[in-house]
Write a protein that binds this ligand. Structure first.
Ligand code: DX5
Ligand code: ZN
Length: 226
């Protein structure tokens, strides 16, 4: 159980939004902390979404900050260009980066928060010495590539160990979880130590995304208060 001092954030994933109306879909989640933008290249993951030109336009029209999750190969080359677009945070996958410390520094130098993502089976321990280079650690709670999958409880011990390491080293690194987050399981992720929650189908799949955000937030905050 972790009483996280960090802010609880709900970041809906627009992967579950209507791709023909993204500006309007962003307006439907204006009470969210940020919009999570999933970029997939059909190499790192077996799916294809949007690329830099669309993300650059979203950045111009979004009423809330953008949190990009790059599920793309050759992150060292591409991620800095997303930071240049003015995004609040840019998260690359460590499995796709050759020089993650250099890349994290480059993202920060270009004015964006630096996030690093781990697939469900990637251990966190090899990266604990570089926490101070990061603003956010994204622990995937499904295999990246598709929305609507079931939350993998097997990732909870990793979230717990990451939280212990963050709190123990005194660095200010947010822990984000992404994949299968629902009103029912968000408390488990919060108790394990996550403080930023990505939710696609459990926000855009509901009649009122704004109400869905508020109930996710309420359940996470109740878990923090325990
Ligand atoms: C999956 C994406 C997630 C996805 C989450 O690869 O990174 O952001 O959109 O969607 P749900 O909440 O439906 O699992
Ligand atoms: Zn994502």
């Amino acid at each position: 159980m972790s009483a996280s001092p960090q802010k609880c954030c709900i970041n809906p994933s627009i992967l579950s939004a209507d791709f023909a109306n993204l500006e309007a879909e962003l307006a439907r989640i204006s009470n969210a902390d940020a919009a999570h933008v999933d970029v997939m290249d059909n190499h790192f993951v077996p799916n294809l979404t949007i690329g830099l030109p669309v993300v650059q336009r979203l950045q111009k029209v979004s009423p809330i900050p953008l949190d990009a999750h790059l599920m793309i190969a050759d992150a060292d080359r591409w991620a800095p260009m997303f930071a240049d677009a003015g995004l609040d945070s840019v998260t690359f996958h460590v499995e796709a980066a050759v020089a993650p410390i250099k890349l994290a520094r480059e993202l920060r130098a270009r004015g964006s928060k630096a996030g690093m993502a781990l697939r469900p089976a990637t251990p966190v321990e090899p990266y604990l010495d570089m926490l101070s280079e990061l603003d956010m650690l994204l622990i995937m709670t499904v295999e990246p590539g598709f929305g609507g999958q079931a939350f993998l409880d097997v990732t909870l011990p990793k979230i717990r160990r990451a939280r212990e390491a963050v709190d123990g080293s005194g660095v200010n690194v947010a822990i984000q979880v992404d994949g299968g987050v629902t009103e029912e399981n968000i408390a488990r992720a919060a108790e394990a130590g996550a403080n930023i929650f990505v939710a696609g189908s459990s926000v855009y799949g509901k009649p009122s995304p704004e109400e869905a955000i508020e109930s996710l937030r309420k359940n996470a905050q109740l878990a923090f208060a325990k």
